[in-house]
Design a protein around this ligand. Structure first.
Ligand code: SAJ
Length: 413
């Protein structure tokens, strides 16, 4: 394959869309496919479906290079699959149904020798346990009729486009030669090292990366709780500890959200329950943080004699700063917890400049009005917006779960 191959990218969400766009920008003929007609229509109208630094410019470059958007897979020599891989809430194991369905939709149209690259994060063994059998049950032989590759995405929301170009990549393939073919295509936009390995190693490596980050954040969160007991400044302690050349502790926060770090470690817990004790504990620590924030809120209210719940405001609904993604966000967990336990839905206030209005009951769409109607502001997300407007909340009682507030009187987690 050369540098102007026809590539079909299946699934046009947070990963599939930017990947399709960089491939088109690099000079490939790209067709983006998604079963969601509305999403495809939006893209056809020249509009992107989420915000990301550099996405608009990249979209324009891809359109200029002829990228197309469809709801049905065309025939192509190479398919890249980037569909959701959720986990079962009870068993903690991967729900492979989306990725299996996407593979089947490709099998319906592809010709002999097509390459199927799975970019979605999958638990180690998913190709072996679910994808290969699905292919065989349709009468195809992997390695002959279709070639399987796993090239897990590694880009961070908020800096996706830059990371697409500069992060190293892993290509796991059954057949080394096929791995090299895919590597050559990815090298058209990726300026870092591209490692070719086998599929299960690629599956495990990706899950390990996110699990490492989850465990590190859990450590920081546990330190925050320990330091709170003795009224020590956890941020200062981490800052100084990190001056040691072999220490690199992440930051405590109100919880771990997003569709990656809060999901992927469960794959290991689900598949290796007796061997993943630390990983499981870390998940529990991180999942306990929204509750911990609520306990801090209660304590601060008592300290200040605040009794009116309707004058508490949570700033930030997204799972982290400067993205518009709310999946698994700590604020949503707080929202649910308050709704279940206290029945006060709609009374507490929420504000997020990056979220569409009307997502939550109690959500306000005017920042000044939000500030005016709150006595206690809980900073859940450190958006650039709040950093720039921090003076507007001066004088309020503040719980800053992100360590961004410069006022000495504000509370931390
Ligand atoms: N968080 C903290 N403290 C920190 C860092 C993050 O509490 O020091 C929280 C964030 O606020 C957020 C959550 O953790 O709620 C996850 O955010 P993140 O920025 O750490 O990561 P994601 O989920 O946006 O993206 C991760 C990245 N993985 C790693 O850095 C190992 C990204 O490279 C992956 O591509 C992505 O998961 C994915 O799709 O798997």
């Amino acid at each position: 394959m050369g540098n102007s191959e026809q590539i079909c990218v299946v699934g046009l969400g947070y990963i599939g869309l930017p990947t399709a766009l960089v491939l088109a920008e690099a000079g490939n003929q790209v067709v983006g496919v998604d079963i969601n007609q509305e999403l495809v229509d939006t893209l056809r109208r020249g509009k992107t479906t989420f915000q990301e630094e550099g996405l608009t410019e990249l979209f324009a470059a891809a359109l200029a290079n002829g990228i197309r958007f469809e709801t049905i897979c065309p025939v192509a020599p190479l398919y890249i699959l980037a569909v959701p891989t959720p986990f079962d809430q009870i068993t903690k194991k991967i729900d492979p149904s989306f990725v299996v369905k996407a593979v089947e939709s490709v099998l319906d149209v592809c010709k002999q020798g097509a390459i199927l690259v799975i970019e979605s994060t999958i638990s180690p063994g998913t190709v072996e346990k679910y994808i290969r059998p699905a292919i065989i049950s349709r009468g195809y032989q992997p390695g002959l009729d279709v070639h399987l590759v796993h090239a897990p995405e590694r880009i961070i929301p908020g800096d996706m486009i830059r990371e697409l170009r500069y992060n190293a990549r892993i290509i796991g393939a059954d057949d080394r030669q096929i791995g090299e073919t895919v590597k050559a295509i990815y090298a058209g936009f990726c300026e870092n090292e591209i490692v070719v390995t086998d599929i299960k190693t690629a599956e495990m490596t990706k899950v390990v990366e996110n699990t490492f980050r989850d465990v590190n954040i859990a450590f920081a969160n546990e330190l925050a709780k320990i330091c709170r007991q003795d009224e020590l400044d956890v941020y200062e302690i981490i800052r100084i500890a990190n001056m040691h050349p072999r220490v690199n502790i992440l930051q405590p926060g109100p919880g771990v959200g997003g569709h990656c770090i809060s999901v992927d470690p469960w794959f290991l817990v689900g598949d290796y329950p007796e061997l993943s004790l630390l990983i499981h504990e870390a998940r529990k620590v991180n999942d306990s943080m929204p509750d911990y924030v609520l306990r801090r809120v209660r304590w601060i209210m008592d300290e200040h004699g605040l009794t009116d719940i309707s004058r508490i405001g949570f700033y930030g609904i997204t799972y982290k700063e400067d993205v518009d993604d709310t999946r698994e966000s700590p604020t949503l967990q707080i929202y649910e917890a308050m709704r279940e336990r206290l029945g006060v839905m709609g009374i507490v206030k929420y504000y997020d400049p990056l979220c569409a209005p009307g997502m939550l009951e109690g959500q306000m769409d005017d920042f000044d009005a939000f500030v005016e109607q709150c006595d206690l502001v809980v900073i859940m997300v450190g958006h650039a917006h709040i950093r720039q407007n921090i003076d507007k909340i001066r004088g309020k009682v503040i719980l800053d779960t992100r360590n961004i507030c410069p006022f000495p009187e504000c509370y931390q987690i």
